[in-house]
Every structure is written in structure tokens, then in C-alpha cells.
Design a protein around this ligand. Structure first.
Ligand code: FAD
Ligand code: SF4
Length: 574
């Protein structure tokens, strides 16, 4: 075991959250900051080699290697969990930039009421309308408190959008830094149809630049070329905001910040209630101790929670007694792409970009009356034009086609390929006492550490919500002029194999006191003031909209709190 010289700050994870914290500390303090990233280095030039769908999107070139580390999964605490041998429902990233390298770039702000779901639902409908067995709670911060940081995050990434079109959006202090992207034909059909049905369509905000942009750090990125290879790929021109093209060029100039790749952190070290550093395995398999005065976990939802559990920091959640905080309120997203529209004309679906589309908020959050309905909350509904790639999207045939192979099926699939598209329903997933994370008692990773165990299932609130949304989207599809509309509801059970989104939340949630959360309003650990835990692990439940802009806004807010307050008085900020 090798012990390195002490750093002021050790940050675990080189994705959006970790690198943004490093950049902020590097710019505003003279501290020595080391970022420890388990994967390898990356840069824009690595993506010049092309768009190999099989390699990147099907065989997951940029994702976590499940032969070294995975999770185990079960539906209830009474089941035996088994290892996930190939990621499906979500795709954890690895390597410099994390999943922020191969994300889509859809960047909505959350609706203001998302931060106070418990309070607002009880006020409007009474406590009896909260779903059975829920563990929904307010975040401990409001939209108004986060708003200035949303604006800073949008300027950092150059988000393309238009303020004031969505009547349900929270108050904004500034226009989007760049105008909306061009729309795909399919998205314009959705815009016109939803408008004629009385909804309020707006351009979905995106991190794929509509025009060249210089951000406040002086970083210049070019406009998107609508190549359609955002999702699961790095952008070869740098139009999609990624940690390597937006943060790393700044960090590279900062003297105090170093980024160490191939450093797989296994434990947070501590003594007398204070973090003293981290231990990791380096690329050569050597055990290394990195002492530090301040430790920041930014290793995404699952590994943030796992590192707390492996390091025995805080009390692990017990679903039977309801005691303990670490691991509770695991949520995913009630995501359905089940409304498929078949047209009698080509849609030119090959063009597009990851976050480019038209959305409606009319059926989101509490923007509509749930009084007569059998669920609470809602969904961010979008007609994306993200560029449909050939392997993932070939093989959808109209419901009338009865075979699943042979010349008839082949002809139908070829005919349908460019005449078919789907509507994305990103439904909120509420928190339940029965959905949580803990350490698996049986299975271990390549270092011999217990794997993280996910216990998760859908409940009626999500099933009923998606059934309602799907019926609404059938109406929209018909209004769009679709020849046929096929629709499916959410499966009865949570399926760990089918992709939904990489929007997994909870495990180290934020809250108003140590009795209901792991971290406080500044993402500082309640029991260990020199430990901060960034990312969507802090979200008490899933919000319909994509999480990353909120993760970035929260990271900026925490960075301010560390620089302006914690460093002056290193104690609990609450
Ligand atoms: C295909 C895809 C599309 C997406 N599209 C969108 C979208 O359109 N909009 C949106 O808002 N979000 C999207 N997301 C989600 C988005 O990528 C994440 O919300 C975001 O990347 C989270 O940032 P993070 O820094 O918290 O975590 P990550 O990006 O996951 O970074 C965490 C880093 O920590 C490292 N790490 C983990 N464990 C350790 C350890 N023990 N030691 C050292 N390092 C470690 C990982 O290797 C990783 O690099 C998408 C994700 C995927 C996979
Ligand atoms: S669609 Fe645009 S943002 Fe996405 S990879 Fe292509 S050029 Fe980059």
C-alpha cells in the first residue's frame, strides 16, 4: 500500500459533477485538488474515428465494464438478487467525463413543484392521495433557491431553448444563451397537433448547440451538425456539451487541479468523525491512499451510495424497520417509448440531435387536475428528432403484420423504417419504502468488494400514470396524421433489461434534518462535515425531466457554499 502526499481536496469521479466542482475550486481557491476517475482519459479527438453503432451503442464501448463491477437486482426484499450481466435499464458511464460524454443533452429545468411534492400534494389533495407505502419527501430547497444556479449552468453549457413559451416553466432570470435548435419534421407534426388539441408545445432545451457559442469561461464550441449520433456517442465536433470539451480545457490550465485516471476508489477513510482521504486501486492494481482534508463523492447515484455503504458511513437503510438513511428512496423513471406512430410518408429520421425536439408540460407534475385520476404527478412528453440509427431502430412493424420473420416481415420493416417514430413519455417515479439500495451479501466485484444490490419494482401510481399518458398520446398521434398508432402501457414489473433512461436517483438523499436524509441542503454529510456527496443520489425522488441540469445547478450551489462559507469555518453548514 502506497500513501501519497496530502491534497486539500479529493474528488471521486470525473463526470459532470466531479469535474465541475474541480473547475470551480480551481478557479476560486488556491487549494490542491485531485480528481480520481476509475476509467481512462478522453478527448474530442477520440471521437473522430466515426460512428460505429454496433461498437458504441449496442456493445456499450463507453459504459461501465460489467465483467469487473455490476449491480445485483431483485424486485422485493424477500427475493434473492442476481447479478446484472449486461446493463439494460440504465447505462452507467466510466472514463473521463463519465456518462456526460455519451449523453443526449436534453436539459430541462425541473418544474418548481417537483421540489415540494409532499407539501403541494397534501395541500391540494390531502395526505390520502399520496401512494401507499410511499416515502416521498420535499427536497429541502426550492426552485427559487436553485434558479440562479440553473442560469449559471445553462450559460456554462450554452443551452439552446426559448424562454416564455412553456406556460408552466418556473420563473427565469434570463433567456437561454442560444436559440432553439432546428426541428425535425416529426417534431413539427407534434408541435402542430398538440397546439390544435389545446396543449402548449415548446422547444425542448438542449445542450447540442444551435449556433456557435462562447461560454463565460471563454470556451468556444461550434454548432450542431444534426448527425444523429449523440446518444451513447461522444460528439466529434464538440457541439454537444461534454465535460471533456466544456470543463477539461479550463481545468487543464489550472495549476491546483490534477485529474488522475485509472483510480478506482474503494473506501472513504475517516477518523474521529472526519474524512481523512480515500483509498483506491490504481491502473496497475496497486492499493493507494490519497489523504485529503475535504472529500467529495461524485461517482454517480449508484457508486456514491455504494462507497458510503462500503465505508460504513451513516446507517444503512432497513426496509423492515424503516430505520437508517443510506440507500433509501431509490427511484428510476417511469419511461415509456410505447406510443409508436406509423405514417404514410418518409420522416427523414436519420437527421437530428440528442436533445432536439418539442415537448409539452401540460401533463407534467401537478400542471393538471389529478382530482378524478388514480395517480399523482405526471410526465415530460416529447417528440424528439434525435436521429434514428439503423440497428437500434430497424424492425418496428405495424400491428397488422402477424409474422416476426421472413419476406413479409422484412418488407414491412423496410417500408416502416423511415415512416415510423415514437413519442417519449418520461414519467415521474415516486419514492417507496420498498425500493432501496444495499450491499449484496453474496456477489463481489473484481476487487472482492460486495456489489451494490438494487431492490426495485413499479407501483400502481406509475402503471396508472403511464396508461393515462399513453391514451392521451394515441389522440395526439392521430391528430399528427399517423396512419396507425400502437401503444403499450408500463409493464407490471420493473424490467432491468430494457432501457428506460440513465436517470437513477436516491440512496444519499438531501433533506431538512439527519432523521430524513444523508446530506443537508448543501449536499454536505450530516455526520461528517468534510464530506460532500454530489449528483442525483441526493434527489429524494425522480422528477420527470432529465436530471443533469439540476445536478449541475446543485453542484454550483455546493461549490459556492464550500468556497464562501465552509472554507472560512469548516463545520456543518446547516
Ligand atoms: C445514453 C445516455 C443518455 C443520457 N441522456 C441524458 C440527457 O439527455 N439529459 C440528462 O439530463 N441526462 C442524460 N443522461 C444522464 C447523464 O449522463 C447523467 O445524469 C450525468 O452524466 C450524471 O453526472 P455525474 O457526474 O453525476 O455522473 P457520471 O457522469 O456517471 O460520472 C461519474 C464518474 O464517476 C466515476 N466513478 C464511479 N465510481 C468510481 C469509483 N469508485 N472511483 C473512481 N471513479 C468512479 C465514473 O467512472 C464516472 O466517470 C444520459 C445518460 C446516458 C447513459
Ligand atoms: S447531432 Fe450534433 S451534438 Fe450530436 S453528435 Fe452530432 S454534431 Fe454532435
Amino acid at each position: 500500500m502506497k500513501t501519497l502526499p496530502r491534497a486539500d481536496v479529493a474528488i471521486v469521479g470525473g463526470g459532470w459533477a466531479g469535474l465541475l466542482m474541480a473547475k470551480e475550486l480551481g478557479a476560486r481557491t488556491g487549494l490542491s485538488v485531485v480528481v480520481l476517475e476509475r476509467g481512462g482519459p478522453r478527448k474530442t479527438a477520440d471521437y473522430f474515428e466515426g460512428m460505429d453503432e454496433l461498437d458504441y451503442a449496442i456493445r456499450f464501448r463507453m459504459m461501465q465494464d460489467v465483467s469487473k463491477e455490476t449491480v445485483t437486482f431483485r424486485h422485493t426484499h424477500k427475493d434473492r438478487a442476481l447479478p446484472v450481466r449486461q446493463f439494460g435499464a440504465f447505462l452507467p458511464g466510466t472514463g473521463m467525463g463519465g456518462a456526460g460524454e455519451h449523453w443526449n443533452g436534453t436539459t430541462p429545468r425541473l418544474l418548481p413543484d417537483c421540489f415540494e411534492i409532499h407539501t403541494r400534494t397534501v395541500e391540494r389533495y390531502g395526505a390520502g392521495r399520496l401512494p401507499p407505502n410511499h416515502s416521498i419527501q420535499d427536497w429541502g430547497i426550492t426552485y427559487a433557491e436553485l434558479e440562479p444556479f440553473y442560469t449559471r449552468a445553462e450559460r456554462l453549457l450554452g443551452i439552446s431553448g426559448k424562454a416564455g413559451v412553456d406556460p408552466f416553466e418556473g420563473p427565469r432570470s434570463a433567456e437561454y444563451p442560444t436559440p432553439p435548435q432546428k426541428l425535425a419534421y416529426f417534431s413539427t407534426l407534434f408541435r402542430d397537433a398538440t397546439r390544435s388539441l389545446g396543449y402548449h408545445p415548446f422547444p425542448s432545451p438542449s445542450a447540442n448547440l444551435s449556433k456557435a457559442y462562447r461560454n463565460p469561461d471563454g470556451i468556444v464550441r461550434p454548432a450542431c451538425e444534426y448527425c444523429g449520433f449523440c446518444d451513447r456517442f461522444g460528439c466529434m465536433v464538440g457541439a454537444k456539451a461534454q465535460p471533456t470539451n466544456t470543463l477539461m480545457p479550463v481545468i487543464a490550465r489550472q495549476k491546483g487541479v490534477s485529474v488522475r485516471t485509472g483510480a478506482n476508489v474503494r473506501r472513504v477513510l475517516y477518523q474521529d468523525g472526519k474524512a481523512t482521504g480515500v483509498s483506491y486501486v490504481d491502473a496497475n492494481g496497486e492499493e493507494v491512499v490519497q489523504p485529503a482534508d475535504l472529500v467529495v463523492l461524485a461517482s454517480w447515484t449508484l457508486n456514491n451510495t455504494r462507497l458510503l455503504l462500503l465505508s460504513r458511513i451513516g446507517e444503512a437503510y432497513d426496509p423492515v424497520s424503516g430505520k437508517g438513511q443510506v440507500g433509501r428512496n431509490l427511484t428510476h423513471q417511469a419511461h415509456s417509448r410505447g406510443t409508436v406512430l406509423f405514417f404514410d410518408r418518409p420522416l427523414n429520421r436519420f437527421m437530428g440531435s440528442g436533445g432536439c425536439g418539442v415537448a409539452i408540460s401540460d401533463l407534467d407534475g401537478d400542471c393538471f387536475d389529478h382530482g378524478p385520476l388514480d395517480f399523482i404527478r405526471g410526465a415530460y412528453i416529447t417528440a424528439f428528432g434525435y436521429g434514428h440509427r439503423p440497428i437500434a431502430n430497424f424492425g418496428v412493424v405495424p400491428p397488422g403484420v402477424k409474422t416476426t420473420w421472413g419476406p413479409e416481415w422484412k418488407k414491412a420493416a423496410i417500408d416502416a423504417f423511415d415512416c415510423t417514430s415514437n413519442l417519449s413519455i418520461a414519467g415521474e417515479h415516486m419514492a417507496y419504502r420498498t425500493n432501496y439500495l444495499d450491499l449484496d451479501p453474496t456477489y463481489r466485484d473484481s476487487n472482492g468488494d460486495p456489489l451494490l444490490r438494487m431492490t426495485m419494482d413499479w407501483n400502481d401510481n406509475e402503471r396508472n400514470m403511464i396508461a393515462f399518458m399513453s391514451a392521451k398520446m394515441v389522440q395526439v398521434g392521430r391528430e399528427m396524421g399517423a396512419r396507425e398508432v400502437a401503444s403499450t402501457a408500463l409493464p407490471r414489473r420493473y424490467d432491468v433489461n430494457t432501457y428506460k433512461s440513465t436517470h437513477v436517483q436516491g440512496g444519499a438523499i438531501m433533506g431538512s434534518n439527519p432523521g430524513n436524509s444523508v446530506v443537508n441542503r448543501w449536499l454536505q454529510h450530516w455526520q461528517m462535515p468534510n464530506l460532500f456527496v454530489l449528483g442525483a443520489s441526493s434527489f429524494p425522488q425522480n422528477a420527470s425531466g432529465n436530471p443533469t441540469l439540476t445536478v449541475l445547478a446543485q453542484t454550483l450551489r455546493t461549490a459556492d457554499a464550500i468556497v464562501d462559507r465552509y472554507l472560512k469555518r469548516p463545520e456543518l453548514l446547516a
